[in-house]
Design a binder for this molecule. Structure first.
Ligand SMILES: Cc1cc2nc3c(=O)[nH]c(=O)nc-3n(C[C@H](O)[C@H](O)[C@H](O)COP(=O)(O)OP(=O)(O)OC[C@H]3O[C@@H](n4cnc5c(N)ncnc54)[C@H](O)[C@@H]3O)c2cc1C
Length: 566
């Protein structure tokens, strides 16, 4: 079966006219990254599955992952050591049970990926484990610097070979369908699917169980390693439907994205530093040892802030990464994707320094889930980057994210299928068109319509966040950001808590609203946390405060952020 950007794939699976159909399914999965694909495989063991995705099946953060997957499989490694490193990086906020689950179940999840044909790099009888920042052991399995592509290829192939999984590409999930009978958005709702834009039509996809696996939100910042699909849609739709959101202040900035005229913010993997790459400022000075005893292998937040500081001190818009002291053959073999990409822009990393600066990379927070991936909405599960089980705490350990996707993706799929099996059939059994199906919901009232200035609004959100809700924050800057974001919302004519579905089939407008929703969540949470911890750095509270702030910030919709104990 081919994977195309058009809906021809639907015809292969028997859906003749996607824009005039609506669907009923046992388990609906939104997103086709590692979490969504792995969830689909797990759920299809006992349920019929529909997987929808915003563009093509392979377009996701997962596809672009470079460095690898952290797993405690090496001979000198243990689950306890990997758990310890994860919790140290998380700066005291990790949920230990969630971490133990991820690390221990990660071993069989990576093992089965190998059994399914993942062609990772090998050394003798073991995968070739590499080192990354803040890991106490060499524990990263990888495929050169294209681990995400290899992982995606293996999972996609398996999904395509599974008859019970129906795939719908180019389907933009807009809002969650929730039980409109619940008296207010704070009462326990049941989720029974999503509304989605398919070929400019709004359709209703009803599901007994729904899994959100929509990935991250890097694109809400102007400088990011994330592809265009990462506009935070799942976080925003969940929030509008009344999901609890947690740890939203913790956005990880990757220290080294390519900074080269005409080139995209391509990620220069941590593994380059893991293999001995050195950071230099414009004066040619190595600087990381001034900032952290681990030098270039310090945690990401430390390296990102150090780079930003060097840029400030030297007045230059980037620093340089130097791997030229390594043998040329090693560089080409170990970093083929980075070499090829930079070469397209006239840079030969065997002999040239690589200009880099930090970019938004990963969201530690998200939809609050337990280790069974359940959210506070009945029938709604979440896995991967959009979810927050607490495995990353205030900062993610490098290469733990793909591991999280495999483990919690599989858990979401299994649990959603069990839940779906306990549910009664839909009435009426065939799905109806969206407008007649839920158009009477009292929750849906007027919101703005698509505006020609959508792109301008997106850019305004990005600039606001970069300036005041980025690597370094302060009360004054965050207050300014909040006011600016509220003004952008007012100009767009939207109410942040209302579903969008009835009012637009313009996915660009939906993305803009989603970006705004997410921007507000991050800003509110960042204002609430009056200390610095992990990826969240407040210039006005530069120290970590374990007396008052060893706790988590929870958002429950239009209420003020709540602080909850660990
Ligand atoms: C450049 C880069 C390098 C990385 N390197 C590593 C690494 O080496 N190791 C590691 O562990 N992690 C790495 N990460 C992080 C890791 O890749 C991601 O956190 C992880 O892949 C997220 O997987 P996911 O399945 O949760 O989401 P994604 O892989 O992002 O997939 C999300 C899916 O949801 C779809 N979607 C989004 N919105 C909608 C919508 N409205 N409707 C329908 N579908 C939607 C998207 O199209 C996509 O298919 C890297 C990330 C990037 C960007």
């Amino acid at each position: 079966m081919k994977i195309e950007t058009d809906c021809s794939v639907l015809k292969d699976i028997g859906v003749e006219n996607p824009s005039h159909a609506s669907w009923d399914t046992d388990v609906l999965i939104v997103g086709s990254g590692a979490a969504g694909l792995r969830a689909a495989l797990a759920a299809s063991a006992s349920a019929n599955v529909t997987l929808i995705t915003k563009t093509t099946l392979k377009e996701s953060n997962t596809f672009y992952a470079q460095g690898g997957i952290a797993v405690a499989m090496n001979v000198d490694d243990t689950v306890a050591l990997h758990v310890r490193d994860t919790c140290t990086a998380g700066c005291g906020l990790c949920d230990i049970r969630a971490v133990e689950t991820m690390v221990s179940e990660g071993i069989p999840r990576v093992g089965e990926l190998l059994d399914w044909g993942a062609n990772f790099d090998w050394e003798g009888t073991l995968p070739r484990f590499t080192q990354e920042a803040a890991h106490s052991r060499r524990r990263i399995v990888h495929k050169g610097d294209a681990t995400g592509r290899e992982t995606t290829d293996v999972l996609v192939q398996r999904v395509l070979n599974t008859e019970r999984i129906r795939i719908l590409p180019n389907a933009f999930a807009v809002d969650l369908l929730t039980d409109a009978n619940a008296p207010s958005r704070h009462d326990k709702h049941t989720c029974y699917g999503v509304t989605a834009i398919v070929e400019d039509e709004l359709v209703c996809i009803r599901a007994k169980a729904t899994i959100l696996a929509t990935g991250g939100l890097g694109r809400i910042y102007p400088c990011t390693s994330n592809p265009q699909v990462a506009t935070g849609d799942g976080f925003a739709a969940a929030w509008r439907a009344g999901c609890e959101m947690i740890d939203m202040e913790f956005v990880q900035f990757h220290p080294t994205t390519l900074y080269l005229e005409g080139a995209p913010n391509f990620l220069i993997s941590e593994a380059v530093r893991g293999e001995g790459g050195q950071l230099l400022n414009i004066r040619g000075e190595r600087f990381m040892e001034k900032y952290h005893e681990k030098g270039e292998l310090a945690p990401r937040d430390v390296v990102s802030r150090a780079i930003q500081n060097e840029m400030r001190l030297t007045g230059f818009p980037c620093v340089y990464l130097d791997i030229t002291h390594k043998p040329a053959n090693f560089i080409l073999e170990r970093f083929p994707t980075i070499s090829d990409t930079t070469k397209r822009y006239g840079l030969d990393i065997r002999v040239d320094l690589i200009p880099v600066r930090p970019g938004a990379h990963f969201m530690m927070g998200g939809i609050r889930t337990n280790t069974d991936t359940e959210t506070n909405l009945q029938g709604l599960y979440a896995g991967g980057e959009v979810a927050c089980t607490g495995v990353h705490g205030a900062n993610r350990l490098a290469s733990n994210s793909l591991l999280e996707c495999l483990v919690y993706g599989a858990r979401a799929g299994t649990n959603a299928a069990v839940y779906a099996a306990s549910q009664a059939p839909f009435h009426p059994p065939d799905g109806q068109r969206f407008s007649t199906n839920i158009g009477t919901s009292p929750e849906l009232s007027a919101v703005g319509t698509a505006s020609p200035s959508t792109e301008a609004a997106k850019n305004a959100i990005r600039e606001t966040l970069w300036k005041n809700v980025g690597i370094e924050r302060s009360s004054e800057g965050l207050q300014q950001a909040l006011a600016q974001l509220q003004k952008i919302g007012a100009d767009l004519g939207i109410h942040p808590y209302l579903p969008l579905s009835l009012h637009t089939t313009d996915s660009a407008f939906c993305e803009t609203v989603n970006m705004l929703n997410v921007a507000l969540m991050i800003t509110q949470s960042a204002l609430a946390r009056m200390e610095s911890r992990g990826a969240h750095y407040r210039a006005d509270f530069p120290e970590q405060d374990d007396t008052d702030w060893q706790c988590r910030v929870l958002l429950t919709g239009d209420n003020s952020p709540q602080v909850i104990e660990l």
